[in-house]
Write a protein that binds this ligand. Structure first.
Ligand SMILES: [Mg+2]
Length: 480
């Protein structure tokens, strides 16, 4: 082994959605459970099944009625994306204690490059054991971890044995372990590619590895060469320290006012209300964002949207509200009264990335505002939204009583399959911030948003975990 040999882990949380639900439903212990759509509505599919359900034949992607047929005692629970995202983030925080080279692959998997800390903290397999122990103890979840010198074999290792297993793929054993597996077990070999490889006579990963790369290229193009590289353990793709690239692209809230808004004070009250709710949801997901957007519709139903990039990502309601107000003031001419407003924060990243300071930013003020938000949110979680209002909002009881709608964007995610999860969100979320113009039909403020879910979503408020996410939020400014 040369001195540049890398140590890469791929950690996969087992039966992720179902495992998180089992934590919250101790009464279902030992019973088969699947996370999926509404079984009464007779549609939807199984997103994840726990191991008792898997043992009786329930598979991811199955129609709910099929799953019920395979396993009559199956318990269905609806998905709670907010909750899963929170666990995903907590796992990410654990990974980040070993290395900052953490690359998420969907909501429940991550690569970690632990080369730098492997010598100091023991070898890579013992780091994997440590992570596995901590995930169990601190999150109550099991992981399967693959350890190898490249990302492809690490990923293979995490799939090789599960649940709750560690598989080490070394230069000594990869021919015995990886090469014997079917070609379809290799990352990026989908069903169609596997079929093609099979008809060409390449059945195992070893067949692929030992093939003439030019033949693979002739049949599969560039992908043929890539797969040949993968099969030989020669992939050198780095683990990308891209921050926590979230499966959620933006978080927004909108509302239609019970009466038309006729002046700036009205608008300010509504924007503050919306910003508070957006800020609360950002913190709930452990996100901060650096793109602030507004969408405004007048009583003639004409609408426009504006957005502004800010230098430091935020999840502070005051900052969001002030930016949103600036955008509004700069673009609205008051030819007509305002009917509805939306506030959205995009370009999300983990809130732990708020650290970076700026010479011109008053960090103490930010911290104060942040703590005030957290205190307000905590009170509202316990006593309800109406327990507390800011002075400027409270001045108008009618506006203060507005119903704020969260968008559907951030709760999309119909499959635990990471690739489709990303594909799913990327398209729609990107379209939201495409500036002014477009046509928002009556009733839709944000194009592409379903207007479901509110700031006081019981799925968010009801999910209690010993880690207390506020604790995490506060630590953002407390310094680790
Ligand atoms: Mg998984």
């Amino acid at each position: 082994m040369d001195s540049m040999e890398r140590s890469i882990l791929h950690s996969d949380m087992n039966a992720f959605y179902a495992s998180v639900e089992m934590l919250h439903h101790p009464e279902f212990d030992g019973r088969p459970l699947a996370v999926g759509g509404d079984p009464a509505a007779r549609h939807g599919i199984v997103l994840t099944a726990n191991y008792p359900a898997k043992r009786c034949g329930v598979k991811t992607g199955m129609a709910l009625w099929q799953a019920r047929q395979a396993c009559p005692d199956l318990i269905f629970v609806p998905p709670r994306m907010d909750l899963y995202l929170r666990f995903s983030h907590l796992a990410h925080e654990i990974y980040m204690e070993y290395t900052d080279l953490v690359e998420p692959f969907g909501i429940d998997e991550s690569w970690l490059d632990v080369t730098a800390c492997a010598s100091a903290a023991g070898d890579a397999p013992s780091i994997a054991e440590d992570i596995s122990r901590r995930m169990k103890r601190e999150l109550g979840l099991t992981v399967s971890i693959g350890v190898s010198w490249n990302k492809i074999f690490a990923k293979f290792g995490s799939d090789y044995r599960k649940p709750d297993a560690i598989t080490v793929i070394t230069r000594d054993n990869y021919r015995d372990i990886v090469w014997r597996a079917p070609a379809s077990d290799l990352l990026m070999v989908g069903r169609a590619t596997a079929k093609k490889l099979w008809t060409l006579g390449f059945h195992s990963i070893g067949d692929l590895a030992l093939a003439d790369p030019h033949i693979l290229q002739a049949h599969l193009g560039k992908m043929g060469l890539i797969l040949w590289t993968f099969a030989n353990g020669e992939d050198e793709t780095p683990v990308m320290p891209d921050g926590y690239s979230s499966p959620v692209k933006s978080i927004g809230n909108s509302t239609t006012s019970p009466r038309d808004l006729t002046d700036e004070d009205d608008v300010r009250a509504v924007i503050f209300l919306l910003s508070e709710s957006v800020a609360a949801r950002l913190k709930e997901h452990h996100f901060a964002g650096s793109l602030i957007g507004i969408c405004v519709r007048d009583d003639g139903l004409a609408w426009f949207s504006r957005q502004h990039r800010i230098p430091i990502p935020t999840n502070i309601s005051d900052e969001i509200a002030h930016r949103a107000m600036e955008l509004f003031r700069a673009s609205y001419t008051w030819d007509r009264p305002v009917r509805s407003i939306g506030v959205r924060v995009g370009m999300l990243q983990a809130d732990s990335y708020c650290y970076q300071t700026d010479l011109f930013v008053d960090e103490r003020l930010r911290e104060k505002q942040f703590r005030m938000d957290v205190a307000m949110e905590s009170i509202r979680r316990r006593f309800g939204h109406d327990a507390l209002f800011r002075g400027r909002v409270y001045a108008d009881r009618l506006l203060a009583g507005l119903e704020v709608h969260g968008d559907a964007e951030d709760r999309r995610g119909s499959s635990e399959d990471s690739r489709s999860f990303f594909a799913d969100t990327a398209g729609t979320a990107g379209s939201v911030f495409t500036g002014s113009g477009g046509s928002g039909g009556p009733g839709t403020v944000w194009p592409g948003s379903g207007g479901v879910g509110t700031a006081t979503d019981p799925a968010v408020a009801g999910a209690v975990h010993p880690h207390g996410y506020f604790e995490h939020g506060v630590r953002v400014f407390g310094g680790k």
